[in-house]
Design a protein around this ligand. Structure first.
Ligand SMILES: *Cc1c(COP(=O)(O)O)cnc(C)c1O
Length: 210
């Protein structure tokens, strides 16, 4: 068995039914093909353009691929994103939400069926995401526009223990009756699962360094 298959199987055995999003950003297609060869079908990319180039050809061959956008979305890329991703995890502003609903209204059958809200859980100035205290209101706003919000996502501060941030995410999801929680990366996915992550996003832990 190749190393990528071993990594995927090992991680899946540890996460108790949470879904593993294999983050394939900046990884060569050969490595992605190895993951597909093991039967893995759920992937994450952080850039719309890169995802289209890599995945549109592969989708012709593997019709059951699931693709999540996990990087920030610019309003001029909304149309492409809605045609490419099954889930957009990074809804984080009223401007973006309005742009999404405007494009959705034009499409009869968009690829994207679900949207998550990105929360800036550590309130870090350099990170994108809705501030924790604004989250409840923002969820209601998106739902009122007609955006199908089914999850919350975060990237906690790198230098700190993530426990309190994951716990806050879990509380926020419960309070708002949101079923999906996308949190946990290569270094902290076991902790994320403890706090109810339904989706973990692992890149280097599967594919090696980028
Ligand atoms: C790159 C990335 C990941 C994966 O990070 P690793 O440390 O390589 O596992 C997860 N989430 C987001 C939002 C990312 O940009």
């Amino acid at each position: 068995m190749n190393q990528i298959s071993k990594n995927i199987n090992h991680i899946k055995s540890q996460i108790k039914g949470a879904k593993l999003i294999a983050v394939s950003k900046r990884q060569p297609v050969e490595k992605v093909m190895q993951a597909l060869g093991t039967g893995h079908r759920l992937f994450g990319e952080n850039k719309v353009q890169e995802a289209m180039e890599k995945w549109l050809p592969l989708r012709n061959k593997y019709s059951d691929i699931g693709l999540h956008l996990i990087g920030g979305l610019q309003t001029n890329k909304i149309k492409d994103a809605l045609a490419t991703f099954d889930v957009i995890e990074t809804v984080d502003s009223e401007k973006l939400a309005k742009g999404i609903i405007k494009e959705l209204d034009k499409l009869s059958n968009p690829k994207t069926k679900e949207f998550y809200i990105q929360i800036n859980i550590g309130e870090e100035p350099q990170k994108r995401g809705v501030m924790p205290e604004d989250t409840d209101e923002f969820i209601k706003y998106c739902l009122s526009l007609g955006i199908n919000i089914t999850g919350l996502m975060c990237i906690p501060p790198f230098e700190e223990k993530p426990d309190e941030y994951f716990a806050l995410m879990q509380k926020t999801a419960k309070r708002n009756d949101i079923p999906n929680l996308s949190m946990g990366m290569s270094g902290d996915y076991l902790t994320a699962v403890k706090y109810g992550a339904t989706h973990i996003r692992v890149g280097t832990g599967i594919f090696g360094e980028r």
